[in-house]
Each structure stands twice: as structure tokens, then as C-alpha cells.
Design a protein. Structure first.
Length: 276
């Protein structure tokens, strides 16, 4: 059986999926027609329902929960890894309501977290995540919401942190920051979905045991080629929550959706959102 699979070119995703898409682990007879795309493009495809399995932002998932279930493996959650708000000049957090904010996509979890903490900040402009530092430096935007590799490089570009939305989330909830997950179409048989879940877990375990195998694949697709940045990126975003959400990971995701509904930025979700 062949399934369509989408994930991002970011090092954490290519690290997770390299073994699975190159036949290095047992996929229990499944094959994958895979492609890479920016997370907001993946979000759009999921909203359209045009892909069987995909990485997507949890914010976008709130719009597609009737079509997809969240798998237990492959997610990006953690601590001290949330989106950062940066600027080229001194900006107080209470000034952000009136600032023009560069965001990495309307339906990214970064934008959802920002909206939870700054509901009055409505002046936003969407950019490809890697273009946000340049937009802030050029003055196109007053501040930017940065994710992925730019989280590790913004200070070297001359930008300063205004706020850490992940730290704010952790202080408020005591839970890890839920950023994105791997989802599978509800139309796919449960036994097949369970095979996918196990294959992803095996792929992560293989990548951890033989990290040298994925180096070329990661480097080929990464937007930031610095080896140390790539290593830190993977270390931060691929962790035990990637192997299994566990009870704490599920609570974090459910809390994010509950807060989004409370703030009026998402509709209530179906009772069942996780693959059982």
C-alpha cells in the first residue's frame, strides 16, 4: 500500500523521516510517495485534505480535526523551544499590540501562541519563516515571530529578543510547548495508521542510533547549513515527545486547543483527536 507523506525540510523532520523514506527500517509493507514543503504549505494541503499523512502545525490542525487524527510519534513538543519575538530595536512587549508583526504563516502554532498572549496585535504580514529576519532588519516589519533555524541565528544578524512565547506558555501552564505533529487521514484504516505510527517511531530510533546516515539528506534540504546550528536544532526539537506524546504531551496539545477556543481563535474540536 502506498500513502502520500508530507514533511518539512527542517532538520528535525528530515532527521525523523530519513530512515523511513529510504527503506532503512521496517514499514510493515507500506510505501510512501513523499514530498517536502514549508510548514504553511503543508498546513494548506492538510486543510484541502489532499495528503494521507503530513506534518502540520497544531494551530492548523484545529481547522482539519474532522479530517485527520494526531499520531503518537513524530511530533515537535518540548521545553525552551517556543517561537521568539524579535526586533532590531528596543521594543517593550506591551508595544506589540500596535506593531507590524512578521509571522511565518496564519495557521502556524507560532501565530496561535502569539495571538493567545497578544490578542490585540492584529497588524500582521505573512512571510516564509526564513525571510522574517530580513523583513525586520529592513524595516518592513517592526518585529518578527521566528521559528526553526532562525531561532538559532537571529542574534548574529543583529536582532534582539522581545519575548519568548514558549517560556510564557510554560510559565502559564507548566506543560511542554506543543508546536506541530504528524497527522493521518481519518479515512485510513486504523490498522494501517498504527503501522505508520510504528514506522515513524522506528525511524526516529534508527536516526538516533546511526545519526551519520541522515547527515547528507538533512544538509541537502536545510536552509541553514551550519553544522552546529543543525545539531542544536535536532537536539531541541527531536526528543522523547517525538517518540511518544505520552500523557503530558497529550495534555499540552489539549490545553493549547482549549486556550485557542477560549480566546476565540479556534472552534471546538471533535471529542477524539488522537489515534487510539
Amino acid at each position: 500500500m502506498k500513502l502520500t507523506l508530507g514533511f518539512s525540510p527542517c532538520p528535525n523532520d528530515t532527521f525523523i523521516f530519513e530512515a523511513m523514506v529510504h527503506g532503512r527500517v521496517d514499514t510493515e509493507g507500506l510505501e510512501f510517495d513523499w514530498f517536502l514543503a514549508d510548514v504553511e504549505e503543508l498546513n494548506r494541503r492538510a486543510v484541502e485534505g489532499s495528503v494521507d499523512i503530513t506534518k502540520m502545525s497544531f494551530h492548523a490542525y484545529a481547522r482539519t480535526a474532522h479530517k485527520y487524527l494526531i499520531l503518537d510519534s513524530g511530533s515537535a513538543l518540548g521545553r525552551s523551544n517556543g517561537p521568539l519575538v524579535v526586533s532590531r530595536r528596543a521594543v517593550r512587549p506591551d508595544e506589540l499590540d500596535h506593531a507590524l508583526i512578521a509571522i511565518p504563516g496564519k495557521y502556524t502554532t507560532a501565530n496561535l501562541l502569539f495571538s493567545i498572549f497578544w490578542p490585540g496585535a492584529t497588524r500582521k504580514q505573512e512571510y516564509l519563516f526564513s525571510d522574517i529576519p530580513g523583513a525586520v532588519l529592513s524595516g518592513e516589519a517592526d518585529a518578527g515571530l521566528i521559528i526553526h533555524e532562525t531561532r538559532f541565528t537571529y542574534s548574529s544578524m543583529g536582532l534582539a529578543m522581545v519575548a519568548d512565547t514558549g517560556a510564557m506558555w510554560e510559565k502559564m501552564t507548566g506543560l511542554p510547548v506543543p508546536l506541530g505533529g504528524i497527522v493521518i487521514s481519518r479515512s485510513i484504516d486504523h490498522l494501517v495508521a498504527s503501522k505508520v505510527e510504528r514506522a515513524i517511531r522506528r525511524s526516529i530510533e534508527y536516526a538516533r542510533s546511526a545519526p551519520q546516515e541522515s547527515v547528507d539528506f538533512i544538509r541537502h534540504h536545510a536552509r541553514e547549513t551550519d553544522t552546529e546550528v543543525t545539531r542544536e536544532h535536532i537536539k531541541l526539537y527531536v526528543n522523547d515527545f517525538s517518540l511518544s506524546l505520552g500523557e503530558e504531551g497529550r495534555r499540552a496539545i489539549e490545553k493549547l486547543f482549549a486556550m485557542a477556543v477560549e480566546k476565540g481563535v479556534a472552534n471546538p474540536l471533535p471529542a477524539s483527536i488522537f489515534l487510539k
